[in-house]
Design a binder for this molecule. Structure first.
Ligand code: SF4
Length: 360
């Protein structure tokens, strides 16, 4: 089994080579952009089960735990060593966090709040390319790097290759001799490994593919992120295999490569070419079509909607997405709502076990 480098070891190794670190809050962000300026993007999804009191003191009680945990982590010094904090404008909670960090409680590091447009046409790609160039000018001031067009394009290509490899992992899931927990530790290394290292790691995992398909009912997970990761252990013990993924941290980020020869437009095109996502304003019908196709091609037997409490974009769409999926495929599903600051509850465990038992 491949060994997945830890986040801490990856950061230390990158620093040893003289590189900087960008701490990036969810969800969509241009990985190639940070890399072109010598920064390694390390994503901050919580982290879960953090004492959130330092974040709670500055946020409304109905703010989601991704933002509460993330702010608490930052305020308690967890991001002290990073060189840049990035807060993409993914939702109202993250927009609020960005404003807080820019205007009211600025950290030691510069804060950048890129905006990803909610439409997918040529004008949106031009707008985003312009936005990325502007962020690049700011990064040049911060880092002193001045990458040329070829260097930016090389970063785009490296990220596209890593994205292809991650997609290949999901496509080969039934033939990879890994538990659900091991599989997600591997996939989630994309949140912090340099693209080239992730692509090599994925390639090594794919080389261990077995002919026989893993037994057990196939499950799709849909939501923000597989936290608490104890959920994956529950699925392992119940004998189910996660064969399809609609998580914001992974499956909704299978970006296709851009087509333009102009590196900034190419980067923008790729960022706009991911699967349907509620934080990017995709119509519900598109999401349902995408999920139906994903369930059919992966052989899904049940769907677990695994949302974060107070996540407005996700929760607003959920009843219609669930109804659409039910009408088209009639698959059993459960809806779990979690708080990253709490362990997985007994009730959630029982519901997952009951769901899988009913499939066997
Ligand atoms: S969990 Fe939902 S509300 Fe919270 S940061 Fe993510 S998208 Fe925004």
């Amino acid at each position: 089994m491949v060994e997945v480098p830890s986040r801490g070891a990856t950061i230390a190794a990158w620093r040893e080579q003289g590189g900087g670190i960008a701490a990036v809050f969810p969800i969509h962000h241009p990985r190639a952009l940070w890399r072109a300026y010598g920064l390694l993007p390390v994503e901050v999804w919580g982290p879960p089960v953090t004492d959130t009191s330092r974040g709670d003191a500055r946020l409304q009680a109905y703010t989601c735990s991704v933002v509460r945990c993330g702010l608490a982590f930052l305020e308690s010094g967890g991001l002290e060593d990073v060189d840049l904090v990035v807060v993409p404008h993914a939702c109202d909670s993250l927009q609020g966090l960005g404003s807080l960090l820019l205007d009211f409680a600025p950290p030691r590091q510069p804060v950048i709040t890129p905006y990803i447009p909610r439409t997918r046409d040529a004008a949106a790609a031009e707008f985003l390319a312009h936005e990325l160039r502007s962020v690049g000018l700011r990064l040049a001031e911060i880092t002193g790097h001045q990458p040329d067009a070829a260097a930016v394009m090389a970063c785009n290509q490296a990220e596209a290759q890593a994205d292809r490899q991650r997609l290949a992992l999901f496509e080969a899931r039934r033939h990879l001799p890994l538990t659900n927990l091991e599989f997600y530790r591997l996939v989630r290394a994309r949140e912090y490994l340099p693209a080239q290292d992730f692509a090599a790691l994925a390639q090594a995992a794919l080389a261990e593919r077995i002919d026989e398909a893993l037994p057990g009912p196939g499950v799709m997970l849909s939501g923000l992120l597989p936290e608490p990761m104890a959920l994956l252990g529950v699925l392992d013990r119940a004998g189910a295999v996660v064969v399809a993924d609609d998580y914001a941290c992974s499956g909704r980020r299978h970006y296709r490569a851009g087509s333009s020869d102009e590196p900034w437009l190419n980067m923008a095109q790729s960022l706009l070419a991911g699967p349907p996502d509620p934080t990017l304003g995709h119509p519900i019908a598109q999401r349902v079509d995408h999920l139906v196709q994903a369930c059919q091609s992966a052989g899904v037997d049940a769907v677990i909607f695994h949302g974060v409490k107070f996540c407005e974009p996700e929760r607003f769409d959920l009843p219609m997405v669930q109804a659409g999926l039910q009408a088209r495929l009639g698959l059993p599903c459960v809806d779990l709502e979690v708080d990253l600051a709490s362990p997985l509850g007994h009730q959630a465990v029982t519901r997952i076990e009951a769901l899988v038992e009913g499939l066997s």
